[in-house]
Design a protein around this ligand. Structure first.
Ligand code: MBD
Ligand code: FE
Length: 276
């Protein structure tokens, strides 16, 4: 037991951290942890730190619960986790936008569109949809694709029009596999689980006077839709795409092959002004 006399500066910190230590000590007793296991845990965390995987590790195993707890009573589109691959300050673009991409961007084009509204039903003109996704080979720019090779690839901050409509052209993402090379992937494998997240689009929506909505849209026919390693899928966030193969339609849109469309409308909770 710690018998120090403390000068408490932040009661919340003391309450939460003391309980964390208590919880972990009880956990050590409950499972009769050995020194070997204790040292192995330290080595694992050190490796996760060295390889930059602490955010990934935390988000894979714990973030869904923070999302749950911190959004109790939420009055907008269902939220889900942000994950470890958000990059701030993506290029700003007006709707309709074509997101930054490579000349030979793999996969089929996807037009993602919808309306952004307030919880009272009013369309939110000028709302910002901060968008990111992995590419058609399951790689995120700045993480799995070197930043210099394709800066902000498939990332953008798209501004909705006067009617709260947004439209962006991107490319259909693939399912995402937690990197096998690192300690997080090794742990998932050791547990006997699979390392896959179903294909998804990430969004973070903002508008003055409204709470920020962080969520994901999941692609319906993905084989991992019911077994996301992160456990972040909610049925209201699943949408199928419509695939168009009609040559006239393809030509009209300026594509060279089949393309997909997907519509999703978002609702941001109006925020009460805080009493002074
Ligand atoms: C991802 O792509 C992701 O979105 C989350 C939440 C965790 C790991 C990888
Ligand atoms: Fe993701």
């Amino acid at each position: 037991m710690n018998t120090q006399k403390r000068e408490v500066r932040n009661p919340r910190l003391n309450r939460v951290f003391d309980d964390l230590v208590d919880t972990l000590r009880n956990f050590i007793r409950k499972h009769n942890l050995t020194y070997e296991e204790y040292h192995r845990a330290i080595a694992f965390l050190a490796e996760a730190g060295e390889k930059g995987e602490i955010p990934l590790l935390m988000d894979v195993f714990l973030e869904v619960t923070v999302d749950d707890v911190d959004h109790r009573g939420w009055a907008g589109t269902e939220t889900t986790v942000e994950g470890p691959y958000y990059v701030p300050n993506a290029p700003e673009m007006a709707s309709p936008a074509v997101v930054p991409h490579r000349a030979n961007e793999p996969g089929e084009p996807l037009i993602f569109s919808g309306t952004i509204r307030s919880s009272d039903g009013v369309p939110l003109a000028g709302a910002i949809l901060d968008f990111w996704q992995s590419d058609a080979e399951g790689r995120y720019s700045h993480f799995n694709i070197p930043e210099a090779e394709a800066p902000f690839n498939l990332r953008a901050r798209v501004k909705a029009d006067q009617n709260g409509r947004y439209e962006l052209q991107t490319w259909v993402p693939a399912a995402y596999e937690i990197p096998k090379a690192g300690p997080t992937g090794a742990l998932i494998k050791a547990l006997g689980g699979h390392p896959w997240r179903p294909a998804h689009l990430h969004v973070r929506l903002t508008h003055p006077g409204h709470a920020t909505l962080t969520t994901q849209v999941f692609l319906k026919d993905d084989p991992w839709i019911e077994s996301d390693v992160v456990g972040a899928v909610k049925s209201s966030l699943i949408r199928g795409t419509t695939r168009t193969t009609d040559p006239a339609e393809i030509r009209r849109r300026g594509f060279s092959g089949p393309f997909h469309t997907l519509e999703y409308d978002f609702v941001l909770p109006r925020q009460m002004a805080k009493a002074a």
